[in-house]
Write a protein that binds this ligand. Sequence first.
Ligand code: SF4
Ligand code: SF4
Length: 97
Amino acid sequence: MPEETYHGIPRSKIQWGPTIDYEKCINCGKCVDYCTLGVYEFEEKDGKKRSVVKNPTNCVVFCTGCDGICPASAIKHPSKIETREIMRKLKKAQIKE
Ligand code: SF4
Ligand code: SF4
């Protein structure tokens, strides 16, 4: 079950999740097998299967585990520093509410 909040912030507001660079992706499916949280799925389009980021908010905030298993270095996550800064602002806005 994915987290609904992270440090009191709704998970849906935290833009943390992987992205796939399809210029590099070789559709090996390792990311789909590796992450057990259902972040990735195989999608069929025009008779071809490709890995897609189906549920980005299932990704554990600050996990980058799958970056290193991609043989094509096609997976990236946002900057941790920028994400921390965004979270800090969200938290501040919550306190003011
Ligand atoms: S592991 Fe990398 S190359 Fe393989 S399907 Fe996922 S993104 Fe594409
Ligand atoms: S970073 Fe971790 S939780 Fe997020 S998709 Fe990759 S393995 Fe799954």
